[in-house]
Design a protein. Structure first.
Length: 175
């Protein structure tokens, strides 16, 4: 079995439950890492990507519903757009949309609106604008963010039609 092919298949079954980052990022960031596929009765049960200093992805399949189902660099296109205050001649919002055209996955990152311009629907307009651009290139689009973010981006994404409740815990340790 080819690791990247299996990784891609498992990711496409449920992208947000599989891992917290877009597939192309996982592939790009883990070139040179050790990769392992564990199989039981001809069924893939584990995918592991790691190197000496970190475990990047550890996906496992479980029959218990309490557990989520957790090649080369893919071409991507990065779309930038910023909204301007024409009177002050300054950008007031920025959004970045990325697309992995190989699996037709879009991802939105860095949706930012200056504090004094929040609450006017600019973030929603920006997200919808980027989704419109991604529509022809993507079958699905993912977003990520901090669960306790005081600006509550989840509310904005839900207004734009995003669904799901997958939560990832990122643990850090100072050395």
């Amino acid at each position: 079995m080819n690791f990247e092919v299996v990784l891609r298949e498992k990711y496409l079954e449920n992208p947000c439950a599989f891992q917290s980052t877009a597939l192309w990022k996982a592939i790009k960031m883990t070139s040179g890492f050790e990769k392992e596929i564990k199989v039981n009765n001809s069924k893939v049960v584990n995918l592991i990507i790691e190197n000496e200093s970190m475990l990047h992805t550890y996906w496992f399949s479980s029959e218990y519903s309490m557990y989520p189902k957790i090649k080369d660099y893919y071409e991507m296109m990065i779309l930038h757009d910023n909204f301007m205050d024409n009177i002050k001649e300054m950008p007031i919002a920025l959004g970045i949309a990325e697309c992995d055209e190989d699996i037709m996955e879009g991802s939105l990152e860095w949706i930012q609106v200056l504090p004094q311009y929040r609450g006017y629907g600019i973030g929603v307009a920006l997200v919808n604008f980027l989704l419109l651009i991604l529509k022809e290139k993507s079958k699905f689009v993912t977003v990520s963010g901090k669960i306790d973010n005081k600006t509550n981006p989840q509310r904005m994404y839900r207004k734009c039609g995003f669904q799901g409740n997958d939560i990832w815990h990122i643990l850090r340790r100072k050395l």
